[in-house]
Ligand binder design. Structure first.
Ligand code: ADP
Ligand code: MG
Length: 542
């Protein structure tokens, strides 16, 4: 048994080792096989990788060629564009130059046309009409300042524009209707940004005319709050309704006109001119003298009347005429008069003026008899004038109150000089009351009475212009004190400038259209050439 067991163990061991060897053999052949197949596989992969890389590089080359081509075309295009741009620049420069030339030519032509138009205006005795559109202001939006409830809006919308310096455009829109644009032409149109300086620059030539012997009248027309007082006087001081003299650039036509008149006088021979001022207010169809003084020398408004003299001229007897030596004396007087100006605040604008203000500057020119007799342009007028002019100097001049600093003659000099004649020219500066219609200002009682007087006087003014325009034989000057007071100026004895003032806001559309209509009618008036007062020809003046 033991032998058998040993033999079996040996056999098992042999078998076991044989099996191990066989397994070894098998494993090594598998490894060899595996290695071969891996090698083969790797070779294949490498090959495909190579061909892929090749393909990729070919593709890259192809693409870079396309891109290069594209870049080249773009560069070429840019070059072409640059050239075109240069061409355009040259063309633009040329165009700019020719535009400048055309603009210059246009400006020259415009000036020529304006000069011709002015001559035509002079010849026909037309009324010049300028129109000023004020800027939108905070009180345009303020609630409670609206004219009527149904038109009340909380926002401002500009509807009146200055298209150019001769045209106003108004956008008329009604709810549910397409808006209509209406245009109006005037001698000059000022937009909201145009300054007091610019406005006065256009007025100044009239003052030269004044010193050349023409009467001149400048009146501001427009609804309350449209800028009449601002244009005529300047911004008003809140506390006493006078105007501020501090900011010179804000001064209106009246103070500037006074400065200009005295400047022009200073260029004339000394002692040949003197200037008197009167300030009147037309309120409820009554004329008030704002410079009249009581026995204590205190200024108070006195009622005056207007009468027609035997020569057919209109005069206000007893009206106070104060002699002034310079512009600041004049302004002081006007400001004193303004403090008396009657007013009632309407809802349209808290400081509305409810009266017409007429400031008159009368310039008396002294002409020696020698000049007088010989140098009149026309003999007949000279003879008529000889009868017309009075040789008496105003009482004040005799009282010798004026100071010798003035270039105007002192009364002593005047009396000492024999054979002197005087010729008067008149500058009327008018700040009319608001042209808005009754019912729109929310006024009642006394204020309503005021408004109806204002409306009546302004419509009387419009009627007068209408009658002159239609050359009717009867002109209804007598329908109101305002038209009587302004009769000579409006009727053709003065170069007349109407300054229309317009509020640009939508809620004042009706009033603006009414004012523009008034201005258009005024422009159509032809009164025949305004007569020059009888001055000697300039060469003879010393
Ligand atoms: P009106 O005399 O027509 O009733 P105002 O001259 O009193 O009107 O003007 C009303 C307000 O508008 C004032 O406060 C005034 O200063 C202002 N105003 C008028 N016109 C202008 C303008 N062109 N530029 C600036 N403010 C203006
Ligand atoms: Mg006013």
């Amino acid at each position: 048994y033991q032998g058998f067991a040993r033999r079996s163990t040996n056999e098992v061991l042999q078998l076991y080792s044989a099996h191990g060897q066989q397994q070894k053999l098998q494993r090594s052949s598998v490894v060899t096989q595996l290695r071969g197949s891996i090698k083969k596989r790797l070779k294949q992969d490498l090959k495909s990788l190579r061909s892929f890389a090749l393909e990729l590089s070919k593709d890259f080359q192809r693409q870079s060629k396309t891109y290069l081509y594209q870049v080249l075309t773009a560069v070429q295009e840019i070059q072409l564009q640059n050239e075109a741009m240069q061409m355009f620049q040259i063309k633009a420069f040329d165009l700019e130059q020719s535009l400048q030339e055309v603009t210059e030519r246009y400006e020259k032509e415009k000036q020529k046309r304006r000069a011709l138009h002015n001559s035509l205006v002079e010849l026909r005795g037309n009324i010049r009409v300028h129109c000023r559109i004020r800027p939108l202001l905070p009180f345009d939006t303020a609630p409670g300042h609206s004219i009527s409830q149904d038109r009340q809006r909380n926002f401002s919308e500009k509807v009146a524009y200055a298209v150019d310096d001769e045209t106003v455009l108004v956008k008329c829109s009604r709810p549910g209707h397409a808006s209509i644009n209406k245009t109006f032409q005037f001698e000059r149109v000022y937009n909201a940004s145009e300054s007091q300086d610019t406005v006065f620059a256009d007025v100044a030539p009239l003052l030269t005319s004044l010193l050349d012997g023409y009467n001149v009248c400048i009146m501001a027309y427009g609804q309350t709050g449209s800028g009449k007082t601002y244009t005529m006087l300047g911004p008003q001081l809140e506390e006493n309704f006078t105007f501020s003299l501090e900011d010179e650039s804000e001064l209106g036509i009246i103070p500037r006109a006074a400065q200009e008149v005295f400047r022009l006088i200073s260029e004339k021979p000394p002692g040949s001119y003197w200037v008197e001022v009167s300030v009147v207010e037309v309120y409820n169809n009554e004329i008030f003298d704002l410079l009249a003084k009581d026995s204590c020398g205190k200024v108070f408004g006195v009622k005056r009347d207007v009468v027609t003299t035997r020569e057919g001229k209109n005069d206000v007897p007893l009206l106070t005429h104060e002699t002034v030596q310079n512009a600041s004396e004049f302004l002081h007087l006007v400001n004193k008069g303004l403090q008396l100006r009657v007013r009632h605040p309407t809802l349209v604008h808290a400081h509305s003026s409810r009266s017409h203000l007429v400031v008159t500057l009368t310039i008396t020119t002294i002409i020696s008899e020698d000049n007088f007799g010989t140098s009149w342009e026309d003999e007949q007028t000279s003879q008529r004038l000889n009868k017309e002019v009075s040789c008496t100097f105003p009482q004040k001049m005799r009282d010798n109150k004026s100071t010798s600093s003035s270039r105007a003659s002192s009364p002593a000099q005047l009396e000492a000089t024999e054979k002197l004649k005087q010729v008067k020219t008149r500058l009327q500066l008018v700040d009319l009351a608001g042209s808005e219609c009754v019912g729109m200002s929310g006024v009642t009682g006394a204020a309503l009475r005021e408004t109806s007087f204002i409306n009546r006087s302004l419509s009387a003014l419009a009627d007068v212009l209408g009658a002159i325009a239609e050359q009717r034989s009867h002109v209804p000057y007598r329908n109101s004190k305002l038209t009587r007071l302004l009769q000579d100026s409006v009727g053709g004895d003065a170069k007349l400038l109407v300054m229309l003032c317009i509020s640009p806001d939508q809620k004042y559309l009706t009033e603006s259209m009414q004012s523009l209509g008034f201005g258009t009618r005024a422009r159509q008036v032809q009164r025949g050439q305004v007569k020059k007062k009888n001055f000697p020809v300039p060469s003879k003046a010393k």
